[in-house]
Design a protein. Structure first.
Ligand code: SAM
Length: 308
């Protein structure tokens, strides 16, 4: 069995508990709507694009029979992508216990359960993964989609996140993810008039409390994404710091591209181009609006390889 009882470390961390709780509550409170309802969303195309982009990353780096750890698995929105990648074994962890429950349910209702999967509710930035996953389990891949930036609240959390990513990843194994691009965000903010604390458009907004200083850790902003995220506290990830820290944990950067760049490259490849249509990013009735297209480029995709 893979399961050990998770420790409850929350009581020792009162000051930080608030943001964890806010983030977990936020994601727990989002309903898991079905495919048909999702089509009615104002950002249906953007959601489809983000899913397509994750499929590209998974398609590029996953190998048949891989053992995968998904940190910040959420409601299990990537399970089908992992199934298409023909992986063998999957563990998903997330701080939002309701989301984990929904991910488990989604897995249960997948036809012919294509791989073995286990799900755990845990704070992956404060607790070691070994508290829920047996140490003899070795992963070929770790995935962190749209969630790593929450760990940049403090260096301690970012280190625990990297410990969890690397401690059971095999040498040569790959770590993939997507995060907001702090460089782009701050550049955009600075291009606005001096008194502005916010950037965005009809789809998203990023609001800072100050603009005179951006610390390496704990640079908080409030993120709103129409029909998805209602003003959630997030943290800038200073990429050079992330890369340097990752190196300490034996990870070598092999890929780092803005979402627009990923699109430009991958859409030239026949399989990924066809997937744009199959995943409804593009159809006869249209594609992303200009505002959605700008919101898409808030993010970047990365991959690291664990050194031998
Ligand atoms: N990876 C999923 C996806 O791409 O659909 C979910 C992404 S959602 C935007 C961010 C996820 O990060 C949420 O499910 C949230 O609960 C999770 N998260 C935030 N802080 C976390 C922590 N400390 N430990 C584990 N998961 C966390």
């Amino acid at each position: 069995t893979t399961t050990k009882r998770p420790r409850n470390s929350e009581d020792q961390q009162q000051p930080q508990k608030k943001v964890h709780a806010q983030v977990a509550d936020h994601y727990n409170s989002r309903p898991d709507v079905g495919v048909e309802k999702r089509k009615e969303s104002t950002i249906f195309r953007l959601k489809s694009f983000n899913n397509w982009l994750k499929s590209v990353l998974i398609g590029r780096y996953a190998r048949p029979r891989d053992r995968v750890l998904d940190v910040g698995v959420g409601k299990g929105g990537d399970l089908l992508k992992w199934s298409k990648a023909k992986i063998q074994y999957f563990i998903g962890c997330d701080i939002a216990s309701k989301s984990v429950e929904q991910a488990r349910e989604r897995y249960r209702t997948m036809r012919n359960a294509p791989f073995e999967a286990h799900f755990h509710a845990m704070d992956c930035y404060s607790e070691p993964i070994s508290s829920v996953v047996a140490p003899e389990i070795v992963f070929d891949m770790v995935s962190m989609q749209f969630c790593l930036h929450y760990s940049f609240e403090t260096e301690t959390k970012a280190r625990m996140m990297l410990h969890n990513v690397t401690s059971q990843l095999k040498p040569g194994g790959v770590f993939i993810g997507t995060i907001p691009d702090a460089y782009w965000i701050v550049k955009k903010l600075k291009s606005e008039s001096d008194d502005k604390l916010q950037i965005g458009n009809s789809i998203y907004s990023i609001r800072f409390e100050r603009r005179d200083r951006f610390d390496t850790f704990g640079s908080k902003y409030w993120f709103h994404l129409e029909d998805a995220i209602d003003d959630c506290p997030e943290y800038l990830v200073h990429f050079p710091t992330f890369q340097k820290l990752a190196e300490e944990y034996g990870l070598e950067l092999i890929y780092n591209k803005k979402f627009h760049q990923v699109y430009e490259e991958a859409s030239q490849e026949l399989d990924f181009n066809q997937l744009l249509y199959r995943m409804n990013v593009v159809s006869e009735s249209g594609s992303l609006s200009a505002d959605e297209w700008e919101a898409a480029n808030v993010y970047l995709a990365f991959a690291f390889r664990k050194k031998n």
